[in-house]
Design a protein around this ligand. Structure first.
Ligand code: ADP
Length: 616
């Protein structure tokens, strides 16, 4: 057990996020608060614009902790909107502009939102049942310079529309991606965000810091970026857009605005280390989280930039983004990148099946409690009661969250991830935890990352398949050697039937390993009706080879659709990146969405090349 939090002493003063930010608008009104593209809002202007939105919302919304849906790409206006919603005494539900329209409607309805704030270009994607408020500013916010209004600095000086505000009011609702079960709306409080963004003693943000905002606001990693920066009086630099992230554009945002702190989903961090190590040159602190970090890549980062501080954050949304963290400057991870220890205002315990703490060296499930705990799952008391349990370690009446994550507790107390409990499967009648097999694989020499998935054949037989990324990609013979190595360590039924070696693993839009893509159960499985048409030109042939490698499928015909074959936003970004490097053409992501077969994309490349030749 570690990091037992103190009693809940934090009063509500100084905990409400919009009040902390209004404090900066009063004390440093002209300091830059949010930059996106060519537009910068000072703290005074951010506060004033958010206040204006809040006034409009107060007139429309009735009831406490009302949830307001937001559908916008990353922009200064989006930050204004989130702050305005908090000022109005409401909570935001940030929807992803990359989600299909029916899912937007489903999440807004599930969260009980009646009103949505969006931009004119996106308003048509929301259901008619929602009252829509459109924001005037174009996404990306490159509008003309405006005169700064006088600082209101009022924060919440107007009476709150719905009675006194408390730190346990909802700040936002975040839907879990579903990698840990059906999507559920997690209700996160001001107190939880305050403990993540303000109480933290490891990131130590100061007004001199420039913090990147690149995470989708529908993802809880954005909480640390936005509220960490604005509550500390830093400048928040928003990387504009909403779709797949183009690595060159991201590098330009980081270096062009002299960013000092980034928080990158694990998948994005891996891609940047692999292909753009120089991006990290000017950074003070690199934070990652969301999935298992590669020890080899983290080591490569730390060796390249020894003055850099690196943090691996771990935690479920239900405990406000981070529960534990491992922080290092210069020193590479000892083996697997540790999850580390509980963050401030939080406690964790590693418990066995009988809810007793495991001894040093043992493995058990992570339970957590303290200031970060969410209120629970919106409108789902039964699901909430299942995961948020009475806490025998805290004050009477307190709750703890059962994470479903397994961790090993080494003698030094720095937790190590050991998979999830709820991926447990039966193979030939035996219970197998794929995470335990993954952990055993990563212990084998030459393995950097490993994912074990379960496949069922038509007869219903279950088999384990390991997908492995080696430390050294030229290592032939790794697959068979691994099966032999595992056989020496695991019971026969837990040794994967197949070991497939890849150069990289597919990731979801949230930067986590896409297990569905590995099992072929992706959201858009391959359509079997398309006839195979072989490539006709050298360019088409090269494109089919690239797709085949990236999507791990063969053969690819020219009428095949990138997204039908399991492509998703991050793979799209990877494809465009490779095409840029190999073919010398920059195809925008939107073009791939519109022209998503090999034949169509080939035409787009041809047009881009022809256009380039015409230029002087
Ligand atoms: P979901 O994926 O269900 O939307 P979250 O985004 O809250 O939920 O992800 C939380 C889960 O992601 C954790 O419970 C854990 O399984 C995994 N996770 C988060 N951070 C890390 C990390 N640093 N290392 C390994 N796994 C992590």
């Amino acid at each position: 057990m570690s990091g037992r939090p103190g009693p809940h002493t934090a009063g509500d003063d100084g905990v409400l996020l919009h009040e902390l930010i209004a404090g900066h608008a009063r004390s440093r009104p002209d300091a830059p608060a949010v930059t996106c593209g060519g537009r910068t809002l000072t703290y005074r202007r951010l506060d004033a614009e958010a206040e204006r939105l809040a006034a409009g919302l107060r007139a429309r919304v009735h009831g406490e902790n009302a949830v307001i849906a937001v559908l916008m790409d990353r922009s200064t206006e989006l930050v204004v909107t989130l702050l305005g919603i908090l000022k109005a005494g409401c909570a935001y539900l940030a929807l992803s502009t990359t989600d299909p329209d029916p899912r937007l409607a489903e999440l807004a309805a599930d969260a009980g939102a009646r009103l949505a704030v969006t931009t004119p270009d996106l308003a048509g994607r929301l259901p008619g049942t929602l009252e829509i408020l459109t924001s005037g500013t174009a996404p990306g916010g490159t509008g003309p310079a405006e005169d700064d209004p006088p600082a209101t600095g009022t924060g919440d000086a107007r009476p709150a529309a719905h009675g006194a505000r408390t730190a346990d009011d909802l700040a936002y609702v975040c839907y879990t991606s579903g990698s840990t079960g059906a999507p559920k709306g997690v209700g996160v409080t001001h107190r939880g965000v305050h403990r993540l963004a303000v109480l933290q003693d490891w990131l130590r943000l100061t007004p001199q810091d420039v913090v990147l905002q690149v995470s989708s606001v529908s993802f809880d990693a954005s909480t640390l970026e936005i509220f960490g920066a604005l509550c500390a009086g830093c400048r928040l630099v928003v990387h504009p857009g909403g779709g797949p992230i183009d690595l060159d554009a991201l590098a330009a945002t980081v270096t062009g605005h002299e960013v000092t702190v980034v928080n990158l989903a694990t998948g994005l961090l891996h891609r940047l280390i692999e292909s753009r190590l120089s991006v990290f040159a000017g950074l003070r602190h690199v934070v990652t989280g969301g999935d298992v970090a590669s020890p080899a890549l983290v080591t490569r980062l730390l060796r390249a930039w020894p003055a850099l501080t690196f943090t691996n954050g771990y935690g479920p949304t239900e405990n406000t983004t981070f529960t534990t963290r491992w922080t290092t400057t210069g020193t590479p991870p000892p083996g697997p990148v540790p999850l580390g220890r509980a963050v401030s205002g939080t406690a964790v315990a590693v418990l066995d099946d009988t809810m007793d703490p495991v001894a040093a060296g043992g493995t058990g499930e992570i339970y957590t409690w303290g200031e970060g705990l969410a209120r629970g799952y919106l409108g789902r008391p039964a699901a909430t009661a299942e995961r948020f349990l009475p806490c025998p370690f805290g004050p009477p009446g307190s709750r703890m969250y059962r994470t479903g994550d397994l961790a090993r507790l080494p003698a030094d107390g720095e937790l190590e991830f050991a998979g999830r409990t709820d991926r447990q499967v039966k193979v030939r009648g035996y219970r197998v935890e794929p995470g335990a097999v993954e952990a055993a694989l990563v212990r084998q020499p030459g393995v950097d990352r490993a994912v074990v998935v379960v496949e069922r054949d038509d007869a219903g037989h279950t088999r384990l398949v390991a997908h492995v990324v080696p430390g050294d990609t030229s290592d032939a013979g790794l697959g068979p050697r691994l099966r032999a190595g595992l056989a020496a360590e695991l019971p026969a039924y837990a040794v994967p039937d197949a070991v497939l070696v890849h150069t990289t693993l597919p990731v979801t839009a949230h930067g986590k390993v896409d297990r569905d893509a590995l099992t072929g159960r992706g959201p858009r499985p391959r359509t079997v009706s398309n006839a195979y048409i072989a490539p006709l030109t050298p360019l088409q042939r090269r494109l089919t080879e690239l797709w085949s490698a990236l999507l791990d499928t063969a053969p690819v015909g020219i009428e095949d659709d990138f997204f039908d074959l399991g492509g998703h936003s991050l793979l799209a970004a990877e494809l465009l990146d490779v095409m840029h490097q190999e073919l010398g053409v920059e195809i925008p992501a939107t073009a791939l969405y519109l022209r998503s077969t090999v034949a169509e994309l080939g035409e787009a490349v041809g047009e881009a090349l022809a256009g380039r030749e015409k230029r002087p």
